[in-house]
Design a protein around this ligand. Sequence first.
Ligand code: ZN
Length: 498
Amino acid sequence: MPAPAYPDLVNKLQRAHLLGTVSDVLGWDEQVNLPPDSGDQRAAQLTLLAELSHTTATDPAIGQLLTALEAGPLGAEERVVVRQARRDYDRATKLPADFVREKAGHCSRAYHAWADARARDDFAAYAPFLEKHLELAKREAAYLGHGAAPYDYYIDLSDPGMNAARIETLFTELKAGLVPLVRKIAASPVKARRDLLQGCPVAQQDIFLREVTGKLGFDYRRGRIDVSVHPFCSGTGSDTRMTTRFDVNDPLKALFGSIHETGHGLYEQGLPREHAGTALGIHAGMGVHESQSRLWENQVARGRPFWKHFEPRFRELFPSQTADVSAEQLYLAINAVKPTLIRVDADEVTYNLHIILRFELEQRLFRGELDVAGLSAAWKQASRDLLGLEPANNREGVLQDIHWSGGAFGYFPSYCLGNMLAAQLWYRALGLMPDLEQDFARGDFSKLLGWLRREVHARGRRLLLLDLAREVTGEDLTPKYLLRYLHERYATLYHVRP
Ligand code: ZN
């Protein structure tokens, strides 16, 4: 028997969630459809919705219901819902209004300062804004009772239950295996070409990516894919909106971007809809979300079985463009590895080093071991050590990402944690279903999706990243499977000795 206050709480959470979905659709529309001069009204609409959402989420009745529920006996599922609702309620109510206003104002100013500093390659002009962001971040953590460990507070926002010490252990092991591999690939005589496929019409690319993502299991009856400048996936399982962007001289960009977003979309579509708005119906955190996109994008879609099935259709749609391209050249282009200074252009091997670099710098900033003034030089040094490349300027270095300009600290590690979990899930799935890749070669991805639905998607937020990894794979989260996967795929392809 649920406690009487419980249905009341669920009802209030669902109303708040529904309001959020309205903002999602308007936000999606802003990126995809909005006429160029209609931005002012959209901004006003979104501001009004944000106010309504805040009022709904901070309703004192929620606080009273939570206090009553926390005092009484709760079932396991109710405990999961109440725990998350408490986190959200405290975060919405414990920050003073003055502070929220100050932070919002600073975010806006800092974004413009970053964009301007980046254009002029002037880190010194941006540094005071970043310093202020760090100060605000520490104050925010203190308001929420985490003044002693502000960086952990931010990590926990992206990946509940995770902390910097645990990430440091994981990343140290990953780095030790990854840096030598990247060096060897960079020195390999095998060079992939990404300019093999010129002049591929958008219409054909669009046909192909819809066929692929549909076969992977994306449900187009409750989701869409459209075009936007910055690809993303938003919405919920009831209405999942993905976007992509096309490059006629590199059809692999839109394809792999779409498969990545499809992984996010499949997760959303697999969450239990009857629990939408409570912790039983939402994803387990950014790291787990990213594991779903990376698993489909990398382990599945960069593999030979996947291409055994899709390559004939790809050639049929692009006959002249692929006429002089061998199957091996195509496969190499799909798995091109080349260290680059820019994170968003990085391949799946070096990408992790970009994340480790950012994590290590954030950690030193929060510990006070590094001043903002010294950040540009520290970035260059770390880039040399990790990637073997030194940025010629700050645009290729410390000014390249938007994240810090919005005060988004502790967010980067999720990408790499997601890569680790993806590989760990992958080997677990292969162990349980050894014929999985034979299915892929026939164009059947249903077994893998069914397994992910049961083991990951259906759980909602019942288990957080670390517990989920242990429960589903029988082992603690570890970088060893990511290293194994990267070696298995890339050492042979690039003729690298172990
Ligand atoms: Zn993603």
